[in-house]
Design a protein around this ligand. Structure first.
Ligand SMILES: Nc1ncnc2c1ncn2[C@@H]1O[C@H](COP(=O)(O)OP(=O)(O)OP(=O)(O)O)[C@@H](O)[C@H]1O
Length: 576
């Protein structure tokens, strides 16, 4: 009998076209989108004919499954991203990324595959030098404009650690190909890529035993948690309404132990400008019903008021790392920041493992509220949006140059850009990764489940480069494009493949000379919008080296539009 893991989940084998999908693989139910097993083994079945293994690389098109051998633990797949590149309408057929960039644990590229090596030479001299080598290299026809010459060869069995000759001026790309018999015909490298290659997998950790008892256990846990929640709610109401005490009392009371004295001494050592440690009696949550400002990966944020009348936003951290001393040190380094485009940390609460941060209150909320609204340009206006863009860059530059490197911010997204009463932007949420574990934040959720968001590719996979300050330049670029395009930079893979990837869309719509005409904007506004697009597109170059520094970004804003070059269009198919 089919056992249910939950609504929409089935542990029995199911079919997709000619394939049988069974443990450890599982088929996504498109209606419920429930997770029914390890996410690494999630398979989507399209039109009941093509099974696509989702890849862990954000935004990846995944791999089309040709065959699965459960006994041998391998599967024959075709890289959908590479296929898309081959079939791209602009005829640009040259893949630019190693396949290994898209394969992560528990999968590995089988050593049975052969290596197909492409040398994509953009410099004539390099191409000429390479063509003189002859031998096993085959020069191939390309359809990608007349800008590059491509050479291709196959070498021995696939080996991730092989090093290949590199030629200056040529980009080397290594792809596994599966040759069933005879010699590889490198002339037809497109066919070789389309034929796919072999992946092996390691078994996931055994799933908990499924039995009737499991259902009962779940019921028991459910009932107990419901009872506990109810009890907690009652206690909360009692504390809140009857005794006139605040929840903060539980959180922020100071003890008098040696540890406490230690904290005090540490705080004093940071000087008078250091964030203050608050006691419960020094502040309270404002009394309106809409006290909760939001909820993020690190905890819930409430609106509150200090005794001196200042409004504050209090972030209750839910899963803190380290001991109290470490917390105080980290808070102090966050608190040392002081810039007009960075949210100020007024203070913190610390009681045992319970911790909270007290920030200045931003009455106009976060940027996402505006840029994803029906008509952000009408609410804020282009000039204000432009000023916001520059303000964010200034805040980032400050965080980069003037502060402790520990608080470098890799979580730049519109939700973390807050607006003060004059709509001046302030960067929030930095330094928290050091303090707390994040529950699934909105960002990481979209990032890992098949959408490219604001996170730079190298943050997900080191194959794209080293994580550096250029990583937040990428996120900043995405924000710029969102400001102009007002379209959520999230694109489901495959399921919505007809929809263009957002940066491609904006490149095609707005970067062209006539692109903004449809928006009926004045010349001045058009210059502003076009500048933001150009700078944004420079910032989201896939290779970190090609992105400007944040200081350079600010310089670009100073220049006139005519002095800015059009960045090269990125082949996002290859990233995917
Ligand atoms: N200082 C503040 N003033 C006013 N509102 C704030 C302030 N800080 C946070 N908020 C509100 O609370 C919401 C939640 O903030 P939080 O930083 O916890 O999460 P997030 O940025 O949405 O997500 P993540 O934790 O994944 O970064 C924000 O979207 C914002 O609207």
């Amino acid at each position: 009998a089919e056992e249910q893991q939950g609504e929409g989940c089935s542990s029995s084998a199911r079919s997709c076209g000619n394939l049988t999908i069974s443990d450890p693989f599982w088929l996504t139910n498109m209606d419920t989108r429930r997770s029914c097993g390890s996410l690494d083994f999630e398979v989507n079945c399209f039109n009941n004919t093509s099974a696509i293994l989702q890849s862990s690389i954000p935004g990846s098109f995944g791999f089309a499954i040709v065959n699965i051998s459960y006994q041998e633990r391998n599967l024959h797949v075709v890289d959908q991203g590479k296929l898309q590149a081959l079939q791209a309408p602009d005829g640009c057929q040259v893949p630019t990324l190693n396949t290994s960039a898209k394969v992560g644990r528990p999968f590995r590229i089988s050593p049975i595959n052969l290596n197909l090596v492409l040398y994509n030479c953009t410099s004539e001299a390099a191409a000429a030098a390479l063509s003189r080598r002859g031998g096993e290299l085959v020069q191939i026809r390309i359809r990608c404009g007349n800008q590059s010459e491509v050479f291709v060869r196959t070498t021995g069995r696939y080996n991730e650690t092989s090093s290949y000759d590199s030629y200056e001026g040529c980009n080397t790309v290594i792809m596994p190909v599966l040759i069933s018999s005879g010699e590889a015909n490198t002339n037809d490298y497109e066919q070789l890529i389309s034929d796919g290659f072999l992946l092996t997998w390691a078994h996931p950790l055994p799933a908990p035993a499924r039995s009737d008892r499991r259902g009962k256990k779940i019921m028991l846990i459910g009932t107990t948690s419901a009872a506990a929640t109810f009890l907690f709610a009652c206690l909360y109401v009692l504390i809140w309404h009857r005794k006139g005490k605040r929840l903060w009392f539980l959180l922020c009371k100071k003890g008098s132990s040696n540890t406490e004295k230690n904290y005090e001494a540490m705080i004093v050592s940071y000087g008078s400008l250091a964030p203050k440690r608050y006691m419960h009696s020094e502040w309270k949550i404002t009394s309106s019903r809409n006290d909760q400002l939001g909820k993020g990966g690190y905890g819930v944020v409430f609106k509150g008021r200090l005794h001196d009348g200042r409004l504050v936003a209090v972030k209750f951290l839910h899963d803190c790392k380290g001991n109290g001393d470490e917390f105080v040190n980290e808070v102090m380094s966050i608190g040392r920041t002081s810039h007009v485009n960075v949210v100020s940390l007024f203070g913190f609460c610390l009681e045992g493992s319970k911790r909270a941060l007290i920030y200045e209150y931003m009455p106009n909320g976060s940027l996402d509220k505006y840029i994803y609204s029906e008509n952000p340009k009408e609410i804020l206006g282009w000039e204000r949006l432009y000023a916001i863009a520059i303000g964010i860059a200034r805040g980032l530059e400050y965080l980069h140059h003037s502060c402790d490197t520990r608080i470098i911010h890799f979580n730049i997204k519109p939700q973390n850009i807050l607006l003060d009463k004059d709509f001046s932007p302030k960067i929030a949420d930095f330094g928290l990764a050091k303090l707390c574990h994040t529950k699934e934040s909105k960002l990481s959720m979209t990032g890992t489940r098949g959408t490219i968001g604001f996170i730079a590719p190298e943050v997900h996979s080191r194959t794209f480069g080293v994580v550096s300050t250029k990583s937040y330049v990428y996120s900043y670029g995405m924000i710029l494009l969102e400001i102009v395009g007002g379209r959520r930079n999230v694109r489901s893979i495959v399921a919505k493949s007809s929809e263009k990837y957002f940066p491609d869309w904006i490149y095609d719509h707005f970067a062209q000379d006539d692109g903004l005409e449809a928006c009926e904007v004045t010349n001045e506004i058009e210059e502003i919008a076009r500048k933001m697009i150009l700078i944004g597109l420079w910032c989201i170059q896939v290779i970190p080296l090609h992105r400007p520094t944040i200081t350079k970004v600010l310089e670009m804003f100073e220049r006139s539009l005519d002095d800015l070059d059009m960045p090269p269009k990125q082949n996002f198919c290859e990233l995917l």
